[in-house]
Design a protein around this ligand. Structure first.
Ligand SMILES: [Zn+2]
Length: 171
């Protein structure tokens, strides 16, 4: 799997490298547009970011280098995730992907293909296992305030099938 086309946008909102291995991809919904997210992550006062954002038109934007923790999953609230590391900020060992749109939106095909390619590249580059504990949604870390992130429109079944080359899903 080749590296997909990624446009560097940047953000001032990230941590210095903490030395943890990235063990999971965390998927999010922007609840907004790619353009709006570019602007929001560019503001120091927003104090939020993610590594990547995928637009409905298939564009992939990058805000934070993989070596730096992004500020996407710092709040733990009634989590449901077996790989949560006690006492460690989840941002330190996760890579985050935001998706343009509202929670519940059906993902356009071109957006799906881009996030699939990005997942495949990250899995290969970071050696992330394809399991439902290594590829998760934000709601697994905060089931209270982020229950709808990325929401019911996110194509989990198809994504896992494609990532596993069509074999049975390891749930
Ligand atoms: Zn989220």
């Amino acid at each position: 799997m080749n590296k997909p086309n990624i446009t560097w946008i940047g953000s001032p909102n990230f941590s210095s490298p903490k030395g943890y291995k990235i063990i999971a991809i965390v998927n999010h919904i922007m609840s907004g547009t790619l353009t709006g997210t570019d602007a929001w992550f560019a503001k120091p006062t927003s104090k939020v970011s993610s590594h990547f954002g995928v637009g409905k038109n298939g564009e992939i934007h990058q805000y934070v280098n993989l070596a730096n923790p992004a500020w996407a999953n710092g709040v733990i609230n009634k989590p449901n995730w077996a790989l949560l590391q006690s006492g460690v900020n989840p941002n330190y060992y996760t890579v985050s992907i935001e998706h343009e749109g509202e929670s519940g939106d059906v993902m356009p095909e071109v957006q799906y293909q881009s996030t699939l390619a990005l997942h495949q590249w990250l899995i290969r580059t970071l050696n992330i296992p394809v399991t439902c504990d290594n590829i998760i949604g934000h709601y697994r870390i905060d089931s209270v305030n982020k229950a709808k992130c990325p929401g019911t429109g996110f194509p989990w079944d198809r994504l896992f099938q494609d990532l596993q080359g069509g074999s049975d899903v390891l749930m």
